[in-house]
Design a protein around this ligand. Structure first.
Ligand SMILES: [Zn+2]
Length: 254
């Protein structure tokens, strides 16, 4: 009987374990910056999750109810196994002990081998603050003397940073050629945030940095730019502070 109960809890435990966790400042950040990578990893059979730190309540367009629905629709297209919103305050993300503990609790429970985070240099202050919060939470998650409920210390192997507005020296570029159309479908679930042809549906919402046709077109141009660098149609760039291991098995596949 005890063995059956233990196996039952082990199954719940194993079900929660993710291969990779994408952490975003706002809903739609992952879809825009690295949605293709997310879809490719899901397609390869990996367990993938997303944590959005805020609900993006300061966005000039749309409202929370609409954005929650858009996020749900986008998640279905991505095919991810887990998504949660931490409800931190948009415009006031702090790298404080309480919020680090909140994030560490998730990291220890979900046990992702890889965490994806926003690159720490960006035009949006929230992305910078989120990056610092995530990087420190990943590190402190591995310290046994930090007690959070009954969680055990766990530190993901790698943090890969995705690119918002500012350039970085890419450590690698992920080929998303096969899933680019699907990525754009996930992006376009956030209808309240992006460009719509005025002739089809005149919007009374204020114009923003991401609501211009230029921004939307740039998602394709950007993916093509990075894809070209690795000899494919579309790509998404990532930065990693650590060196990446290459050996005789994988050197011919990179
Ligand atoms: Zn954002």
């Amino acid at each position: 009987m005890i063995i059956i109960i233990l196996l039952f809890y082990k199954k719940i435990f194993d079900d929660l374990k993710l291969n990779a966790l994408f952490i975003a400042t706002h809903p739609d950040d992952i879809e825009i910056t690295c949605g293709g990578t997310c879809i490719e990893l899901v397609n390869s059979g990996k367990k993938i999750g997303i944590i959005d730190l805020t609900e993006g309540e300061l966005s000039s367009r749309g409202d929370l109810k609409l954005r929650r629905k858009e996020t749900l629709n986008a998640s279905k297209i991505l095919g991810i196994h887990f998504r949660e919103n931490l409800g931190l305050q948009d415009g006031n993300i702090e790298n404080n002990l309480a919020d680090r503990k909140k994030l560490i609790g998730y990291i220890r429970t979900l046990k992702p081998e890889i965490v994806f985070a926003p690159y720490p240099s960006d035009r949006h202050p929230d992305h910078i603050r989120a990056s610092n919060l995530i990087r420190e939470s990943v590190f402190y998650s591995g310290l046994s003397k930090i007690k959070i409920n009954k969680t055990k210390p766990f530190r993901p192997e790698k943090v890969f940073y995705y690119r918002h507005a500012y350039d970085f020296p890419a450590s690698f570029i992920f080929d998303i050629s096969n899933v680019f159309d699907k990525k754009m479908k996930a992006v376009m679930c956030y209808k309240s945030q992006f460009y719509k042809s005025k002739s089809k549906n005149a919007s009374v919402e204020p114009d923003t940095y991401i609501s211009s046709k230029l921004f939307l077109d740039n998602l394709t141009h950007r993916a093509a730019f990075f894809g070209f660098k690795i000899g494919v149609k579309y790509g998404e760039p990532f930065f990693c502070y650590e060196n990446l291991k290459i050996d005789s098995k994988n050197i011919f596949n990179i």
